[in-house]
Design a protein around this ligand. Sequence first.
Ligand code: KIV
Ligand code: ZN
Length: 447
Amino acid sequence: MERTEIRVFDTTLRDGEQSPGCSMNVEEKLRMAHQLDRLGVDVIEAGFPIASEGDFAAVRAIAAALRRPIIAALARACREDIERAWEAVREAAHPRLHLFLATSDVHLEYKLRISRQQCLERATQSVTRAKTLCDDVEFSPEDATRTDRNFLCQVVEAVIEAGATTINIPDTVGYATPAEFGELIQILQQRVRGIERAVISAHCHDDLGLAVANSLAAISQGARQVECTINGIGERAGNAALEEIVMALRVRSDRLPYDTAVVAKELYPASVLLSEITGVGVQPNKAIIGRNAFAHEAGIHQDGVLKNPLTYEIMIPQSVGVPDSRLVLGKHSGRHALGLRYEQLGYRFEARQLDEIYRGFVALADRIKQIEDYHLLDLIGSGKAPAQSTISAPEKPRAVAASPPPLNDTAVPPLPTKSGSKPDLPHFPRAPLADHHGEQEDYLWGV
Ligand code: KIV
Ligand code: ZN
């Protein structure tokens, strides 16, 4: 199957930063930009230089520091913004000016108070101006998905004629559905003269939880750049999550013949760094990088994963930089996981002994949400001490702070919590992968 390269345009430092509580200072943006560089994204949108002195300085610092990726600076479609953006980004090895102007009637009438004709002229003039400064100009018709299709095509054609080389189609308010958004990309390709001279890009917001699905629909209809953010941060419900788009393309490469240059192992470190910098964690069940993304609590699942991770995992945690699977001990856990955890704590039980401990464990798990190591030690310390444990146990194990077994060398620190004090979930070493790893991993990645 022929495969097509998709450009990843990361806007964590611009649209992502517009997320409540996610603003970053210059030094923090620079740290994050270095991680985005390690991640291998093609374009880093470093900021909106006219917005503040800090944003200007951050864009400038990133432009000077990183030589591989394209560094984009955002500007409204007006001279002052464009000049400020250029001033900030001009030292980049590969600078880009990203201009935007709303095109939907609701924005023209109520926000900008200009006519369609004025909008068309402003768009064309600003791209012409930007092009005198920078070869690489991207144009975004803001609120494109709620814009009259004929007018949208007219604007896009005019800005390509004026020199725009990337046309970004924003679903600014996260209103589109996947089929509709894919259709819009098709319409542009069919109706806009000169569209083949530009790269079409998708920029989706997540107000209906469809940002990633819409981005994938756009790719399948010809978009060759996707705009996204780490952890899906961004205005309101956020932007399309970079890690989800990248891993959907990779894990389902059998259905999606598209590649990105992203180094998947850097996804989790990028997520952790962003949470650490902003103090905003991700929801536990967030796909790919959430605390529970590779956690298994149900006994049947734990048993399956211990026998062969492929039973309940569609990707290998380490492939996205997550140190290991996690078996969470709770009321749905089974004997297999419980016995393994005790072994890691230094105790081995015969089946009958484990049965008895398991009964106590289930009764406790019915009362509390999650069982920590110290609960397990308490259980066997209160009259249920093993007759034989292969590794000598303390006489009467007392409650101790939960301490997960040491992680391997590639371990990444757990996500910070707001309080910073909650112990991390227990990490379980994976069942040996030796006998199935190669073949099945190949199957998973479709290579
Ligand atoms: O969502 C949006 O419309 C934007 C533009 C500035 C591209 O972020
Ligand atoms: Zn946006």
